[in-house]
Design a binder for this molecule. Structure first.
Ligand SMILES: NC(=O)c1ccc[n+]([C@@H]2O[C@H](COP(=O)([O-])OP(=O)(O)OC[C@H]3O[C@@H](n4cnc5c(N)ncnc54)[C@H](OP(=O)(O)O)[C@@H]3O)[C@@H](O)[C@H]2O)c1
Length: 361
């Protein structure tokens, strides 16, 4: 098979570096460029010394210059701070590249929602209707196939890779919301994230003495992933969904544990709830629905593209509790981006991802 040429913009960040690691072992692609502003000129070997193996790591990091890079790759991954991708994307698209953006710039359908939660107007609102929200478990048909409908061909040109918290939350709630099994305005999502979720650029809250041996809730009632979760659950529901989302920072490097709560719209037991998840996710290679009384742990998915899911009905309160665990850098970012790439290329979705095992303990 001819290898597809791919490039990674922002390859020295946590999600970009993880993507480089995955792409180097992906049998269907060739990494032709990787960018960094601060480390331009260094080789991958110098900038990402954790990489090794048989791969050629002499590739030199280059600064982001979309006009110069667009002709070199067929698929470009943008792993940039939010607000930066929207200025770079046009040149890549016009150059014929398909773009998978790991940031938030193209996740919203409504530019007013972006402006309200990211505190700046969207520079390319015209592209929002074209972008496909890249959660393959829900939108595979929009990424590739009859539903894609974006020129050229039938594959999406612009994929908005979901946020890390939204991935765990949406997968926890989608089967319940789709079936109308929970009162849609009773949903609470409580998530705990490892520190790599904040990116590599130094920030005081993520400084070791500040976050080690400490747990805290942050951006309570105003985290920017709230409208993203609401948008996707509203799409699945007949009515708009509003919910409470509270993220927490916990002293681990990677992983997100999400606990989602909602009041049942009609009586159902744990077995019945788990049956819904099994029905929707039975063919999903990356979702593991656990048995009754089993609940996910972040260490069981760390280093993999899997999402583990457990659920229980609390008959005393009439609420359902769903727990998911993902690795924020994989199913929450780079792994999901490769899954999206595979869908775009018509490859088995597990290509380059199936061999990843959790490193436990
Ligand atoms: N971390 C996660 O768990 C996670 C999960 C899901 C989604 N995301 C999203 O993915 C994106 C990247 O996140 P991250 O955590 O990987 O960030 P990060 O660790 O801070 O890395 C950012 C990367 O972007 C480059 N960069 C920064 N400013 C730039 C600019 N103005 N022009 C060109 N390149 C620039 C940096 O390069 P140099 O510093 O080397 O110049 C670095 O390679 C964000 O939008 C984030 O929200 C992150």
């Amino acid at each position: 098979m001819d290898r597809i040429k791919v490039g990674v913009v922002g390859a020295t960040g946590y999600s970009g570096a993880e993507l480089v690691r995955l792409l180097l072992s992906h049998p269907g692609v060739e990494l032709v460029f990787a960018t960094s502003e601060q480390q331009a000129g260094k080789s991958l070997r110098q900038a990402l010394p954790h990489l090794g193996g048989p791969h050629d790591l002499r590739l030199q990091l280059r600064p982001l210059d979309p006009a110069a890079l667009a002709g070199e790759a067929e698929v470009v991954f943008l792993c940039l701070p939010h607000g930066v991708s929207m200025d770079a994307v046009e040149v890549f698209l016009e150059g014929g590249c398909r773009v998978i953006d790991l940031g938030a710039d193209f996740r919203f359908r409504d530019p007013a929602v972006y402006k309200a939660w990211y505190a700046k107007p969207h520079a390319r609102p015209d592209l929002l209707s074209e972008a496909v929200y890249g959660l393959p478990e829900l939108h595979r048909n929009l990424l590739s196939g009859p539903g894609a409908g974006t020129a050229p061909g039938t594959r999406a040109r612009l994929v908005a890779n979901p946020g890390c918290y939204p991935t765990g939350a949406i997968l926890a709630l989608a089967p319940l919301v789709t079936r109308g099994l929970i009162e849609r305005n009773t949903i609470i999502v409580d998530s705990k994230s490892g520190v790599s979720g904040g990116g590599r650029a130094p920030k005081l809250d993520f400084h070791f003495p500040e976050c080690n041996e400490n747990i805290k809730a942050y951006r309570v009632g105003r985290h920017q992933h709230t409208p993203e979760i609401e948008q996707e659950l509203s799409r699945l529901s007949a009515e708009p969904v509003t919910l409470t989302f509270t993220p927490h920072l916990v002293p681990m490097t990677r992983g997100i544990l999400t606990v989602a709560y909602g009041t049942l719209a009609r009586p159902l037991d744990t077995r019945g709830i788990l049956a819904c998840f099994r029905e929707d996710y039975r063919a999903e290679p990356f979702i593991r629905v656990l048995d009754q009384e089993e609940f996910p742990e972040t260490k069981h998915v760390a280093g993999t593209n899997r999402c583990h899911l457990g659920a229980r009905v609390d008959t005393r309160t009439g609420r359902v509790v769903v727990v998911t665990a993902i690795d924020n850098l994989l199913k929450g970012a780079a792994g999901q981006a490769v899954q999206n790439l595979n869908v775009l290329l018509g490859l088995p979705e597990t290509t380059g991802l199936a061999g990843l095992q959790a490193y436990w303990p």
